[in-house]
Write a protein that binds this ligand. Structure first.
Ligand code: NAP
Length: 280
């Protein structure tokens, strides 16, 4: 019974592959760029490009469960191919953003929401994992800390509850190998609400160097972020942080509530990734 892991170069995909491989399960790692994929010896690799349906059949052959990175393009064809191949269960890496009041029209949230809806309308058993912001998003600051530049933020006091990608992987593995999460939709967070300023203080502590924070206007942030992401996505993120600027964020399910194990802290993630923030 093969388990297919899509988005296999992704952080969560990689962590799931190593766990399932260690457990001796039969897995296939699927990526849009299989040649660039690193997997443990013996793990089968397949090409799967979510907007190229001709790649689906061979990737899905003999598969009973899929861990899916969301991609609305091609999702209906993928569902048809999965059903034809005999897939029974899909565990989707969705997002807590689908729960927002304007999710349907929000470019970030609607990406995952479209995939959730297509799966919910199918005959497949589906488990939706809806994480909040990943701790690893802070790698976006590494370029600046490595050059001793200040971090410029429009909403430095916005609260998020960053989740360690390894916690998502632990929960995904339970969804794929156990029964406690099958068919459920769970919102996932880390163990504590932290402002961006708090996260930067933790990173400063881990690196041993001060990380100055510079408060900028929303218009300045729009201009800067527009250099590396589409404008609708910039607005969506800034709206999210503006809304999060009013006190601690709620803690949802964690590895503690779902698996009975302490959730990894942002301090732990910072210690593990300290090198990324000190290199130039
Ligand atoms: N980041 C967050 O805060 C957050 C929060 C909630 C939900 N999510 C969801 O989680 C998913 C992944 O989040 P992420 O932004 O942190 O990305 P990520 O885990 O780094 O995943 C990157 C994805 O892009 C592809 N990819 C293309 N080039 C790559 C490269 N050079 N290295 C690694 N992967 C590459 C991978 O698929 P292939 O191997 O097939 O190319 C993989 O699916 C997204 O679908 C997002 O909606 C993220």
């Amino acid at each position: 019974m093969t388990i297919l892991i899509t988005g296999a170069r992704g952080k969560v995909g990689q962590a799931i592959i190593s766990r399932l491989h260690r457990a001796g399960l039969t897995i296939r790692a699927a990526s849009a760029e299989p040649a660039e994929l690193t997997v443990p010896a013996g793990v089968e690799v397949a090409e799967l490009v979510l907007d190229r349906p001709e790649t689906f059949d061979s990737a899905l052959r003999g598969v009973r469960q899929v861990f899916l990175y969301p991609q609305p393009a091609g999702i209906h064809d993928l569902i048809k191919a999965a059903q034809a191949a005999g897939v029974e269960h899909v565990v989707l890496l969705s997002s807590s953003s689908v729960l927002g009041p304007a999710a349907e029209n929000d470019p970030l949230a609607s990406h995952s929401l479209k995939v959730e809806r297509a799966l919910a309308d199918s005959d497949l058993t589906c488990t939706f994992l809806r994480p909040d912001a990943f701790a690893s998003n802070s790698l976006g600051w590494a370029h600046f800390t490595g050059r001793s530049m200040p971090i410029q933020l429009a909403y430095p006091d916005a609260h998020i509850v960053p989740i360690h990608p390894e916690d998502i992987a632990d929960i995904a593995v339970e969804a794929l190998t156990g029964t406690s999460l099958t068919g459920r939709s769970v919102t996932l967070t880390g163990p504590e609400s932290l402002t961006f300023r708090d996260q930067l203080a933790i990173l400063a502590d881990a690196t041993g160097s001060e990380i100055p924070v510079e408060h900028i206007t929303r218009a300045q942030a729009e201009q800067q972020m527009g250099n590396y992401m589409p404008v609708p996505m910039v607005s969506s993120l800034l709206n999210l942080w503006e809304a999060a600027d009013h006190g601690p964020a709620a803690i949802a399910d964690t590895t503690r509530t779902l698996l009975g194990r302490p959730a990894r802290t942002f301090q732990q993630w910072a210690r593990e990734n300290v090198g990324a923030f000190t290199q130039h």
